[in-house]
Ligand binder design. Structure first.
Ligand code: SF4
Length: 282
């Protein structure tokens, strides 16, 4: 039986992107190829806020402190926190997912597979989970990815079956690509992979979502969009304010909304911040 290392599993409202406001189950897998220590920091500086948290003081994920700089999901990839993310079999994950649903069956809820980077190590395991009898009735799935991981041939073949006209019901697959700009602290050549993202378009609906706080970030987003478009990317572009905590988010959400209007791009909120203060499990 397949196993996935699960950092978090919870039911909430999707706060970002295409499905903003939709009741959703979030499966946060463990592991990421980035660190994104630049978020919320002056250009060129890296945050050590998460590094200063002592993992031995915490026995459960939801008691971890929130950070205002760097990756707000640090415990989903930092090996020092891996003891908080159990390796669960797909039977147990499917049971736990359905148990979070208000009617204990799929109705209008959507599933978000997030991370960390969910396409990094677990592509082989997803078919077992998504074909589980308890997942029958699930109609919409989003992979929240940083857009740097190629899909494996086996996973591509699997995803294609959900768009075949002869199956009982089709599943809508979305790739929400949060490509990392220099404000993340990740190098451009590692983070902006247009050919990888363009390939996702063959297997689902794809949009780009950039985290922005300054005009410099916006310029970087423009440059990135040019590169994606030149490679054949046809989907919409969202920009979203930086800020995993309310004090940071509320400083730049209106500015970013106005930037989106100016560019004719879409604005994505982070509803989980004003609604739930971005607590773990929201
Ligand atoms: S890609 Fe996402 S999960 Fe990974 S370090 Fe960056 S913000 Fe965190």
């Amino acid at each position: 039986m397949s196993k996935i290392k699960v950092a978090e599993l919870f039911y909430s409202i999707q706060g970002e992107g295409r499905y903003m406001g939709v009741p959703s189950v979030f499966l946060r897998t463990f592991g990421c190829n980035f660190k994104c220590q630049g978020f919320g920091m002056p250009r060129g500086e890296l945050s050590n806020e998460a590094e200063n948290i002592d993992p031995t003081q915490y026995q459960e994920y939801k008691s971890l402190p929130l950070v205002s700089t760097g990756c707000d999901s640090y415990a989903s990839w930092d090996p020092r926190f891996k003891h908080l993310s159990p390796l669960l079999d797909t039977d147990g994950i499917a049971d736990a997912i359905v148990d979070t649903l208000p009617h204990k069956e799929w109705r209008d809820e959507h599933l978000v597979i997030t991370g960390g980077e969910p396409l990094l190590g677990w592509q082989k395991q997803y078919p077992d989970l998504l074909d589980h009898p308890k997942m029958a009735g699930l109609k919409e799935i989003t992979f929240e990815t940083n857009g740097t991981m190629r899909l494996t041939s086996a996973f591509k073949e699997y995803l294609l079956k959900w768009s075949m006209p002869d199956i009982d019901f089709q599943r809508e697959i979305t790739f929400s690509v949060s490509a990392k700009l220099p404000c993340s602290g990740e190098p451009w050549e590692d983070a902006i992979k247009p050919e990888v993202v363009c390939d996702y378009q063959n297997y689902g609906y794809v949009y780009l979502k950039f985290v922005i706080s300054t005009e410099e970030d916006l310029k970087d987003a423009e440059r990135a969009v040019e590169e994606y478009r030149a490679a054949g990317f046809t989907g919409p572009v969202y920009i979203m304010p930086v800020g995993g905590v309310d004090s940071v988010y509320s400083l730049n959400n209106r500015t970013v909304a106005e930037m989106a209007m100016r560019k004719g791009w879409r604005y994505s909120d982070r509803l989980q911040v004003p609604l739930f203060k971005n607590e773990w499990g929201t």
